[in-house]
Write a protein that binds this ligand. Structure first.
Ligand SMILES: [Zn+2]
Length: 175
């Protein structure tokens, strides 16, 4: 952000129409230039992501991802110290391969990076995948205790439906 320009345009608003005309076109073109820079930045990281599996190979690509690409410096995040070592070991080859693909790269930085959100999501999905109440994949069966149709995953797991299972788990009141 150019603060000089910002200050000028603020002053010009108060001064009237004549003086304002000189700074506006230049700040607009600066703004456009900045947009172009941003766009190119996004373009280069996007195309880098596309090329990444091809450049790094499937093993590295599934454990290490390009995080940022600023001023020719590519920062790669690895999800395990072992992969940081692998990246460091392959650094020169990676640089050469990235250059060969047309990326204007000067250096590679490597850092530890845990994609926590995606790991959490995968875990949630896996839990849901195996959840006994999921009747769309497990099918339905009649509960042998209450004879009400229930997901067969529940019945094969507990020998009864979830409701009957819950009754087992709640402490019985003595009458
Ligand atoms: Zn039941």
């Amino acid at each position: 952000m150019n603060f000089d320009n910002y200050a000028n345009s603020k002053i010009n608003v108060g001064e009237g129409s004549n003086s304002g005309n000189t700074s506006n076109p230049s700040s607009l073109s600066k703004c456009l230039d900045q947009l172009k820079v941003e766009w190119n930045k996004n373009q280069s990281i996007a195309s880098l992501w596309q090329d990444w599996p091809k450049i790094a190979g499937p093993k590295i690509a599934s454990n290490c991802i390009p995080l940022t690409f600023h001023g020719g410096i590519l920062t790669i995040g690895a999800n395990h110290p072992q992969w940081i070592q692998a990246l460091m070991f392959n650094r020169i080859q990676l640089l050469a391969a990235l250059k060969a693909e047309g990326h204007e790269i000067k250096d590679i930085r490597i850092k530890q990076h845990y994609p926590q959100k995606s790991i959490q999501k995968e875990t949630e999905n896996a839990i849901w995948e195996e959840h006994p109440s999921r009747s769309d994949i497990h099918g339905k069966n009649c509960c042998p205790i209450c004879n009400v149709p229930a997901p067969s995953g529940e019945i094969s797991l507990w020998g009864k439906c979830l409701l009957c299972r819950r009754q087992d788990l709640t402490p019985k009141r003595r009458v």
